[in-house]
Write a protein that binds this ligand. Sequence first.
Ligand code: FAD
Length: 489
Amino acid sequence: MKSQLLASPGQRVGTSPGQPPVPARRNPTRGRFAAQHRRRMFRTDMLTVALWASLAAALALWLADGGMSSVGNLTQAVTAVGILAGLAGMDLVFLMLLLAARLPFVDGAVGHDRALEFHRKLGKPALYLLLAHGLLLATGYGMAEGLNPVSEAVALWTLVPDMWLAFVSMALFIAVVVTSLVAVRHRFPYEFWYFVHLLTYLAVAVALPHQFSVGGLFAEGTWQRWYWLLLYIGTGSALAWFRIARPVIATYRHQLTVRRVVPLVPGVFSIEMSGLRLNELSGNGGRFFVWRFLAPGMWWQAHPFSLSAEPQVGKSSRQPTLRITVRNLGAGSARLASLKPGTKVAIEGPYGVFSTAARSREHVVMIGAGIGITPLRALLESTPFAPGQATVLLRCSSTEELFLGDEILELCRKRGATLFHLTGPRSANTQSAWLPASAGTSRLRDFVPDITDADVYICGPSAWARLVLAEAKASGVREEQLHYERFDW
Ligand SMILES: Cc1cc2nc3c(=O)[nH]c(=O)nc-3n(C[C@H](O)[C@H](O)[C@H](O)COP(=O)(O)OP(=O)(O)OC[C@H]3O[C@@H](n4cnc5c(N)ncnc54)[C@H](O)[C@@H]3O)c2cc1C
């Protein structure tokens, strides 16, 4: 069923359905979010530059060491390519670690999920480069000594100090990348994958000794050695600070405690928490934290959950409160329904740019399905817009799945947003399969004619979200106006 629940107070502008979409401008030239958007795009561009620059710098280490002059025949060429592959491969590993380190600069520019998406994309190239490094060096050294690559590898393992550690490192990298492949990953619980993934740190650490003791590139006293050491120290410090120290400090600072668990419908419940200095966590819309509930059988699992309401911290609120809304999607989240008041909570975050920080335009569109509706509720509460500048589309198969629907209706009424309930079984029309069958031939632009002039926030099941994203892009919305939160990994 398609139902517009609230009339839009403002006059609509933009193309009408049936007209070809007009692509949006890359950067809005005016409006209160234009400068913020330009800054974010600049930071994104800087990240791309930094990424390529670090790769170029890794290769330049070898060139500056007179690498090219050492290539006089095929044997030396194979060895040289092997060295370059190792440098580039390790550089990608450092970049991957930094992308996963939750650096505020990266999170604020591209968001945590896109940073992790890119981290994942680098996994295979990094492994291929490291494998090529091992194979080419075994071949090159073997050619120089008249040995085949296997005998050369055995000789390297047994005779060259620290080389066995390089082999261990390679085995660990292979284990990490293989368990991260989608087909393999989903066969195991998240925690198994996570603990195997932690081996990356060990793999990076045990790779270091052979880098410094074998070959002359990183010999003692060279600036190349200092550069490489700085990469190690910088990456390690970023991880230690942002992934360990900051969460411990935040947990101590905010002293979060479960206040109550409120059931909504079977399998879905809200968890309210009280704590200290919650105003420092406000204004974040639907950003997420990684929560660890410190109760028996639960403390060892950390779950990302988005805020489903702005923190209640004003004078009117008797007790400052944070709220998340959880759908039981597995054993870990199901257990949370039985949380007792008073349970202590450890946090990491807030993370992501599913918030006002990603706004670029005055108009805003929020499209949610299933449990993905709940972070939109928090965003709707806080993100600035004038009456008539916001449209909310909630997709669910039955009204029972309209989580926090009453609160959203009330907020839309109060703030002058247009609200559509898109309820019922999905459409068989593959072009608009994210809509219910009752929507007929309607498309996104029929609900939001001026969508090219808006920021579009999307949260819901991945397959569904992909269809909405595709339609938004086909309607002329630019990539940087699309903000989506993935709830899966
Ligand atoms: C950024 C983000 C925000 C989220 N916000 C919400 C929310 O507001 N409400 C809500 O109900 N759910 C949310 N989720 C999903 C929620 O984190 C998982 O459903 C939950 O962790 C499942 O745990 P489990 O042990 O019950 O499930 P499992 O049985 O281990 O797995 C069930 C599903 O949950 C996913 N999952 C499990 N652990 C994690 C993890 N640590 N990180 C990422 N995915 C995991 C798996 O992909 C799997 O599909 C969010 C996820 C992400 C990544």
